[in-house]
Write a protein that binds this ligand. Sequence first.
Ligand SMILES: Cc1cc2nc3c(=O)[nH]c(=O)nc-3n(C[C@H](O)[C@H](O)[C@H](O)COP(=O)(O)OP(=O)(O)OC[C@H]3O[C@@H](n4cnc5c(N)ncnc54)[C@H](O)[C@@H]3O)c2cc1C
Length: 390
Amino acid sequence: MTRAVIVGAGIVGAACAEALTRHGVDVVVVDRNPVGSGTTSRGEGNILVSDKGPGAELALAQLSRRAWLEVGDLLGRERIELEEKGGVVVARTGAGLDSLHAFAEGQRAAGVTALDVADPLALEPHLAPDIPGAVHYPEDMQVQPVLAAAELLAAAVDRGATFRGGLDAHAAVTDSDGSVSGIRAASGEVLEADVVINAAGTWGGEVSERLGAPVPVLPRRGFILVTEPLPPLVRHKVYSADYVDNVGSSDAGLETSCVVEGTRRGTILIGASRERVGFDTSLSVTVVETLARQAVTIFPFLARVNLLRVYRGFRPYCPDHLPVIGPDPRAPGVIHACGHEGAGIGLAAGTARLVSDYVTGGLTATTAGEWAALLPDRFAGLNKEARQQA
Ligand SMILES: Cc1cc2nc3c(=O)[nH]c(=O)nc-3n(C[C@H](O)[C@H](O)[C@H](O)COP(=O)(O)OP(=O)(O)OC[C@H]3O[C@@H](n4cnc5c(N)ncnc54)[C@H](O)[C@@H]3O)c2cc1C
């Protein structure tokens, strides 16, 4: 029986554990912290196709959407708060609407359902009345990330997987031919494995160095504002069209574009900022003010609503904005599943399908096809200094 050690019990590691145990793989998940306590607990729960243009990431988002629906049926949609609520992307200007329509046209050609909306108020009655137009993406969904990670891991454990919390993956154990045959914990304990999966999210860069197969994953900080609980006033995930530009930008400076969504408990989540400031956890009042102001321009009623709290997290950022998924030829036995930046919740279920295929032989680096763009060999030429600056 194949034995896989998964480093990281965030949404990606948990989804990989669930998918691998379906195929009879003997799985051990290790994390130095509790389940879902990394970036998985620090974001929203958007499962989006709407913010991705044609290419490997959109294809993964489409695969992932289907996989999330299956996972929802398996675990119970209510238990993980999986909702097919749809997304509404609003333009703020006529020019913005033209580019939004052009972007949607490209997505439609790639199979995305994107519906032009002449009267956004019909979909979202509390929107600002001067919004010139929008695109409705009925395929966008939402999930509660920590619940989903915990339930995915529990499903894997039910099938025989083991979870080892409080275990820091410190180094790879390598054979004489250079292939990786396990990990050594910081405590010195050795866990043997046929395959080691790097699902360490924002720390995937550090773990990859430890495994001898370095990939550049860096933190990109983001804040979320949480309002007091309200009756349902925001029906979809609603965001401004410039969000797509910010997601795709590599600028290290502060970028903000408004994403607003309601939750089951009545709170409204307002995101999302992006900035590369390392692991700086300090509160930025500028970011909070900017996000709040932008949210009010989309939903004016928010001006009268109290904020309960603000939290922040560190997205696992890769310089080309694509996750790293697949076997690493520099360290045979290592498979990366990290670097999903601001889309790791949405992409987790699809990532788990790919990882499972790589482990069970359904997919190889040679037969990766449309997933080849995600393989780690795209970073093989980067030295350590370049990886840290990327
Ligand atoms: C503000 C914000 C909003 C976001 N909104 C969304 C959204 O709406 N939709 C979406 O799809 N994504 C969103 N994201 C991104 C998403 O949260 C991440 O992409 C996702 O959580 C990454 O999951 P992961 O499992 O790869 O990483 P993590 O959840 O960080 O899990 C990695 C785990 O690895 C463990 N680990 C690290 N190093 C070691 C080691 N050496 N040994 C043992 N364990 C180790 C950590 O303790 C951690 O638990 C958002 C992020 C932020 C910050």
